[in-house]
Design a protein around this ligand. Structure first.
Ligand SMILES: NC(=O)c1ccc[n+]([C@@H]2O[C@H](COP(=O)([O-])OP(=O)(O)OC[C@H]3O[C@@H](n4cnc5c(N)ncnc54)[C@H](O)[C@@H]3O)[C@@H](O)[C@H]2O)c1
Length: 282
């Protein structure tokens, strides 16, 4: 299938990044937000990112202009009617996502592929909220989207071979390195990363060492770009707690159970960088 026009639902942290890489890859890209101020903020985020890229010599001025020419924003779902593929990156709520799919289905053609960038929801369940479960897949980008090379392509139970292949090829055309992940909580990366982060918290609770020493140990001893507590503060302790609960619910294995300290930190509002305090103070 030939993809020419790309729709992106949501111009938040992830949607803005996805719209940017799509436009930069040469696709006519239309990004949809619920309200004008959110749209403006999202588009400004893209412009700022590109301007920063030009300053650092990572993007040419022509590249920036070309990307912005390919990109347009809207608050009307009907404007996505000619899209060949639509990537949804709105809030992590099944019902909200389902409502958007239903409205979209009343305007797009039968061949349009729907993808969700969800981190934690079941792709098969999201697909079941549409009349096109065979033309539905997970396309999980990493933050910040323009920089992170990896994309996980997830097949729901009903995703057709053709849809899977088209989505995989589309991810490659964005300059990304796709991998195929199962429709199970955590896909591949979080399935391995989250138990590691939870284990770091549990070990700290059991007196393994100081936060600083555990971070230093994993950074310098394993060559990781940052230690587990620095990473937890980046990701957000509330997000980690939420994902851990979903994984524990599905797998029922102790490795995925959120440690008591994580729950208490979330209850105390120590959410990491975004709240000014997590395992470290900012
Ligand atoms: N933050 C991450 O690191 C990350 C990484 C991978 C995947 N994800 C997933 O990406 C999705 C979005 O996450 P985010 O971090 O960008 O959230 P965000 O809160 O930054 O952005 C979501 C945006 O969607 C908008 N929105 C809500 N309903 C909408 C609708 N019906 N139509 C269009 N826009 C709508 C909101 O106004 C908001 O701007 C979630 O499914 C999340 O699980 C997030």
């Amino acid at each position: 299938m030939q993809i020419k026009t790309v729709g992106v639902l949501g111009c938040g942290l992830m949607g803005a990044g996805i719209a940017q890489v799509s436009a930069a890859a040469g696709y006519k890209t239309i990004v949809r937000e619920v309200e004008e101020p959110f749209l403006k903020k999202g588009l400004a985020r893209i412009e700022k990112f590109l301007a920063g890229g030009v300053e650092k010599g990572k993007v040419t001025a022509e590249g920036k202009d070309k990307t912005l020419r390919n990109l347009s924003g809207t608050t009307k779902l009907e404007d996505l009617k000619d899209c060949d593929i639509i990537i949804e990156a709105i809030i992590e709520k099944v019902d909200e996502k389902g409502k958007s799919y239903a409205t979209l289905e009343s305007v797009v053609g039968g061949d349009t592929i729907f993808c969700s960038n969800t981190s934690s929801l079941c792709i098969t369940e999201l697909a079941s909220r549409t009349t096109r479960p065979d033309r539905f897949a997970g396309l999980h980008f990493f933050n910040p989207v323009p920089i992170m090379k990896l994309v996980e392509v997830i097949r729901g139970l009903a995703t057709s071979d053709q849809t899977y292949q088209s989505v995989f090829a589309f991810a490659q055309s964005l300059g990304k390195e796709p991998i195929t992940a199962p429709d199970k909580p955590g896909f591949i990366v979080n399935r391995l990363l989250v138990p590691y982060l939870l284990d770091a918290i549990r070990s700290y609770e059991h007196g393994l060492g100081t936060i600083e020493d555990i971070d230093k140990g994993m950074k310098l001893g394993c060559g990781y770009p940052m230690g587990p507590f620095t990473l937890l503060d980046f990701v957000g302790l509330d997000t980690t707690y939420y994902i851990a609960n979903i994984m524990f619910d599905e797998y029922r294995e102790p490795a995925y159970a959120p440690p008591p300290l994580l729950k208490r930190m979330v209850l105390a509002g120590r959410l990491g960088r975004k709240s000014g305090r997590g395992f470290y103070t900012y």
